[in-house]
Design a protein around this ligand. Structure first.
Ligand SMILES: [Ca+2]
Length: 105
């Protein structure tokens, strides 16, 4: 009886943690470096400031800042964010054909 209660509590905790993880991931879209739910020139500026060494980025910020998916965050990522903001790039999400290839801006 006691074990069933403990298992029930553990299942509820696991379910809540799962929901939180999903919503956390959903709130971090690629290119949104300042986490304001928008991809703007401000995000590109943060990347440029990081590249110049004037600002630090957290691990989560670095993850969403790498919009070229090459494992590096640099001015090319800032450029791609700006191209997205200007409408020249339709999406910052990774598409299958980009895997293993360099993205051509
Ligand atoms: Ca943003």
């Amino acid at each position: 009886m006691k074990i069933k209660k403990i298992l029930s509590v553990l299942l509820i905790v696991a379910a809540i943690a799962g929901v939180c993880t999903v919503s956390f991931a959903a709130n971090n879209k690629m290119g949104d470096v300042d986490f304001d739910s928008l991809v703007t020139a401000e995000d590109a500026l943060l990347v440029l400031r990081y590249t110049a060494g004037t600002d630090e980025l957290t691990a989560q910020q670095l993850k969403v800042a790498d919009v070229t998916y090459d494992g590096k965050v640099n001015s090319v990522d800032a450029l791609r964010i700006l191209l997205y903001v200007s409408g020249s790039v339709p999406s910052l999400e990774r598409i299958d054909s980009e895997e293993g290839d360099d993205i051509i801006i």
